[in-house]
Ligand binder design. Sequence first.
Ligand code: ZN
Length: 214
Amino acid sequence: MNIVILGPPGAGKGTYARLLSEKYTIPTISVGDLFRKAITDETKLGKSVKNYLSSGELVPDKIVIEVVKNRLEEEDCKKGFLLDGYPRTVPQAEAMMNFNRIDVAFNFVVPDDVIASRIGGRRTCSKCGAIFHLINVPPKVEGICDICGGTLIQRVDEKPQIIKNRLEIFREKTKPVADYLRTKGLVVDIDANYPIEEIDKIIDQCENYLQTLR
Ligand SMILES: [Zn+2]
């Protein structure tokens, strides 16, 4: 089962990918993780990725495509994979269609205001980096880290207006990719507007669709 995961930041893609990955025993391939690992390992690729990122530039398609292609050729991807954070551009999507059969692109749909409140509720410990959430994972004492007693802060990029901007930019940038995959008949929209306790309802929609492919 070769699955692409689509959806805006804050939609919970990482969580859905992990659950599906456990269910079907296929690896999640996250482009962000591949880049971070290359940077940590100080490979040639890692150095060039680091240069692009530190200068605020996007990593060129050619490099991204190469990295993903190599990873998907590894043994553990033979049975299938979940692809998170790729494709981000139409050339990346076209390349993907050439080097792999894709069964489905799950597009996780969550209204912007729901995402804004999910992300907007996050609080990060200024000392140890632990993450809390005002509603889902509240600290025992308001504003104080349970673990180290440090002060909890709201990260600048998690403030409501910034989140709104991030979602707009995301939509503008990824729309062509979603449109492209839609024309190929690959996109299946998943209603992901459920609270965390009802995450099964989200995963069930994915499973029901995957059943039809068998
Ligand atoms: Zn702390």
